[in-house]
Design a binder for this molecule. Structure first.
Ligand code: ZN
Length: 244
């Protein structure tokens, strides 16, 4: 039992009784933390708007028996350009919800924290069409679901790769396609997905909207849904940021 300090990004919040709130945070060193914020809904709360979804903050926690308690919160970044633009707000909601759904509590992953922070900063700077699909693919890969992209997942053929099979977790050649739950993949879309996962994310994010981006988006959304085994509530509207 005791106090600990960390930085975190608010993923989701909900009410607890008359004046308290529960927040899910992705922290840098303690993984996903579910904590109570006391008195946050009172008009004179010292927490103000610091613990709204998407805010990046510096925090002091008190370890509780079941849930930890936020005793101090200092906002570091609010990502205003994202809040003031509905298209970007919907994308941010998708990043936060996917992270909240996929990450286990208390499973420290500083790389994942850096990825979410980087994603929100990139979205703040520029409304890149490929941002959400790229984030989904990298998030899945970080959590251990790295797709097979260089050869057919069934026969090993390296040519004529034309679809992505969700159950196999990899691409299929023309001869093997059509057997399962597959997303049709164009050569340009496959190239884009390889670049996103192969370390060329910066250039991939500069990709303008177009057919390849739409295919990559469908693949990333279906792959995420496949892993979560349910449809993402926030697609395509920003439901998760409504808060209370
Ligand atoms: Zn094959």
């Amino acid at each position: 039992m005791g106090l600990y300090r960390d930085q975190g990004i608010v993923l989701r919040t909900w009410r607890l009784g008359e004046s308290d709130r529960i927040v899910n945070l992705l922290t840098e060193r303690h993984g996903k933390v579910r904590a109570v914020v006391k008195g946050v809904r009172k008009t004179k709360s010292r927490f103000g708007a610091r613990l709204e979804p998407m805010v990046h903050c510096s925090l002091l926690f008190y370890e509780g028996r079941e849930l930890d308690i936020v005793t101090q919160a200092e906002a570091l970044e609010h990502f205003r350009p994202v809040r003031e633009d509905l298209s970007r707000l919907a994308k941010a909601a998708s990043l936060l919800e996917a992270t909240d759904q996929l990450c286990q509590e208390r499973h420290a992953n500083p790389r994942l924290f850096a990825m979410l922070l980087g994603g929100l900063r990139a979205l703040s700077a520029h409304d890149a069409p490929l941002l959400v699909p790229a984030f989904f693919l990298k998030l899945l890969s970080t959590e251990g679901f790295h797709p097979l992209l260089d050869e057919c997942a069934l026969c090993g053929d390296r040519y004529g790769l034309s679809s992505f099979d969700l159950a196999q977790g990899g691409v299929l050649c023309g001869a093997c396609s059509g057997r399962g739950d597959a997303v049709v993949l164009s050569p340009a879309a496959l190239d884009l997905v390889r670049r996103v996962l192969g370390g060329d994310l910066g250039r991939a994010l500069a990709e303008p909207a177009g057919p390849a981006v739409r295919v990559a988006e469908r693949l990333a959304t279906r792959a995420m849904e496949h892993h979560l085994e349910r449809r993402m509530r926030s697609l395509p509207v920003a439901g998760a940021l409504a808060g209370d």
